[in-house]
Design a protein around this ligand. Sequence first.
Ligand SMILES: Cc1ncc(COP(=O)(O)O)c(C=O)c1O
Length: 428
Amino acid sequence: MANAYENMTAVELDREIESLERQADEIRAQHLALDMARGKPSDEQTALARPMLDVLTSSTPLEDGGAFVDNYGTPEGLPSARRLAGEMLGVSADNVVVSGSSSLNLMHDLVTHGFTNGVAGNKPWCQQGEVKWLCPAPGYDRHFAVTEHLGIKNIPVAMCEDGPDMDMVQHMVESDPAVKGIWCVPKYANPTGITYSDEVVRRFASLRPAAPDFRIYWDNAYCVHGFGEHDDVLLNIFDAIAEAGNDNLAYEFASTAKITFPSSGMAFVAASDADIAEIRAAFAVERVSAEKLSQLAHALYLKDLAGVHAHMAKHAAVVAPRFALVEEKLSSGLGELGIATWTHPHGGYFVSFDGPEGSAKAIVSLMGDLGVKLTPAGATWPYGKDPRDTNIRIAPTYPSLGELGRALDVFVVATKLVSARIARGRAA
Ligand SMILES: Cc1ncc(COP(=O)(O)O)c(C=O)c1O
């Protein structure tokens, strides 16, 4: 759709800017303090898991499939917790390690393991010269921070509607042995909300990496987080890898962070037989065993995949109206103008928004000035550098519906004002 502001005369634009500046002044005078920055569940959502806190009592048997919950041991995780995690990821419990409460922590541990000790018997990356990592962008800022922190070179890869640009991924992975990994959020991606198509998953599974120590970091953080009428279906990466005659190609991660309590749940990683054996050995140096009381509580409360889905349906009832409100406010406020596009996810935690070129930083800054905190512009790109400065991540779950509505009204005004100023600059 044509950008309506680009078609206005300078006089018309001046009038529009004046009117929008007046609206901005009125908003500023309200001294708002709203937050659409981080993808956190709302209080209403975390309250859904409170009954789990009553599951463990002083008389609960602290034994699980022969493992002791109340003492050291079973570093790979309790049998019931591994079974639950395996069901969620569609893999055998034998190929899962449940450890800690943060999947990001497990990803960090494994990148560090590659860096200091090497993957699959290969030289540690710290002795291999330059190490590169592929970063589909827009993507998850904390992923990029992990590899950046170790001095690994983050390389942006374009995100398409059905996943990363696989021609570029294949070319880079198959031709450059310095490429050791790629960050992927294959279902309800952070922040675009898209789910990788079967074709994209199959192309990942068929990769023939130039580096024997290359792994796909398949962060399936939103595997059970659909809120639409139909849940997106993601092909099982390990099934696809087996079909392609490959092995030892992917680590898959997830956690209950956005199912029960962020930072107080259980996190897990799945991998091939050889890779999971290596992961277990690497983790054994770091920890004797993980917090099994939390694992037991989760296994007793959620029980199985059906239990997880039943619990997630309650989240969906809270979350869906918020995403519907984003859609409604953006389409009624901006839809006719053709100045922006945004995604329409069926699950996950984010909407990815693109304004005119050169607008994102200015919109986020103006929003801050008007009392609404957003994720910093550029955060969705490696090194915080969005080359076109268009992308903004909208996180609608945390605020109440009322607050979200107000924040979106402000967002519409800020987007229009910045876009009109950009068009006016061009018309000058
Ligand atoms: C894609 C993705 N992975 C991982 C995480 C963090 O998960 P955890 O709390 O298990 O570390 C998030 C949180 O926003 C996320 O969006």
